[in-house]
Write a protein that binds this ligand. Structure first.
Ligand code: SF4
Length: 364
């Protein structure tokens, strides 16, 4: 696209941490991660999902390793994965040791679950000798007290973000004593305001890379909006080195949403189709929804960034699409085709998608 110089976000420069062949933090681009929802012990299914997520643009993928079968499978999966893998460890510190041995590039520890200092020290020692990074990740569930009969928040008089940061402070003392700094931090809440406040505090206190996320964000609809509210605010302030947008269900849309967020904030170079779609109104001359869907399908495999505008009329359409690489502005049963603001020709309705794709290829 031929655009004038645009403003950029001034990022917080964190300490660079190696995660396999990637570097998190420093001046590295903000990475996008996701989490597989297969049983890790099912090597075939997990690798199929890893490949699909990597193809969609995930830079890193996290796997749950609750059992010894999972960490055993991880060894085979790591060898065949196109991206570095992170092992998510809950409760059993020996799973962390096994995951490090299996070749995980990073492990995630939850201070709410693995509390025994001796165990944490053993994990740190293993991570250090294998060159593995550790994410210390609290979420609002980490600050509750559990007993057989009740689960309750530790201190109702305090703000959740403060409690999460305190929990991290306390846990990080062990890492400081061990002089281990290949750390990434996270403090996730399901509430956007709490998430923003927690990460702002972490960004002030520590120079470690920050993994941004909203936890339990719900469906793709609610999750996209909640994540955009919290992560978008933080990223626009320069805070955040890696992101995970999380939804219930299929993880593929998480990656697409994460990339779209980074592209929208110009934190990553856009690739593939950037669609400008008419919001539709009473001036609409053609049903543009099926055309938009067909354009998306036709451009699915394209990696080069190309902007396509599909507009419903010739009243406002041409002006609003002037910035696009290719634009079509609909009339009755036909559309005018434009390339970079220049009118090319009139195309019949059933040839619109074909013409747009041909012009995109002609752009080189
Ligand atoms: S492009 Fe035309 S039809 Fe679409 S919203 Fe604008 S004025 Fe309405």
């Amino acid at each position: 696209m031929n655009r004038m110089k645009l403003p950029e976000i001034k990022r917080r420069i964190s300490r660079p941490v190696k995660v396999g062949r990637l570097t998190m933090g420093g001046r590295s681009p903000v990475s996008v991660q996701s989490m597989a929802n297969t049983q890790t012990s099912d090597v075939k299914a997990t690798l199929a999902q890893i490949n699909a997520l990597a193809e969609a643009g995930a830079d890193l993928i996290r796997l749950a390793v609750p059992t010894r079968d999972d960490t055993a499978a991880l060894k085979q999966i790591v060898r065949r994965s196109p991206v570095p893998l992170i092992a998510d460890v809950h409760f059993h510190f020996d799973r962390a040791l096994e995951a490090i041995d299996a070749g995980a590039a990073k492990i995630r520890l939850n201070p709410g679950n693995i509390r025994d200092r001796v165990q944490v020290r053993r994990v740190i020692a293993a991570a250090r000798s294998a060159g593995v990074a550790i994410r210390v990740g609290v979420n609002e569930g980490s600050i509750v007290e559990r007993s057989d009969s009740a689960i309750r928040r530790r201190d109702m008089s305090r703000r959740l973000d403060e409690l999460m940061v305190e929990k991290l402070d306390e846990y990080l003392k062990i890492f400081r004593q061990e002089n281990f700094h290949d750390l990434v931090l996270s403090a996730k809440s399901r509430d956007a305001f709490t998430t923003i406040a927690a990460y702002r505090a972490l960004a002030k206190r520590y120079d470690y890379p920050l993994h941004l996320g909203v936890t339990h964000a719900g469906t793709p609809q609610t999750g996209t909006v909640r994540s955009a509210a919290a992560l978008g605010t933080l990223l626009a302030e320069g805070i955040g080195d890696t992101i995970r947008i999380s939804f219930a269900g299929d993880p593929l849309p998480e990656v697409r949403a994460g990339l779209e967020l980074l592209w929208s904030l110009r934190l990553r170079r856009r690739r593939g189709l950037e669609l400008i779609a008419c919001p539709t109104c009473g001036r609409l001359q053609m049903d543009v929804a099926p055309i938009i869907e067909a354009v998306q399908r036709a451009f699915a495999g394209m990696t080069r960034h190309v902007t396509v505008a599909v507009m419903g009329c010739v009243v406002n359409g041409p002006g609003e699409a002037a910035d696009a690489d290719i634009a079509v502005c609909a009339g009755k049963g036909k559309a005018i085709l434009y390339r970079r603001g220049k009118k090319l020709r009139v195309v019949p309705q059933d040839k619109i998608v074909q013409a747009v794709l041909a012009e995109a290829k002609r752009l080189g």
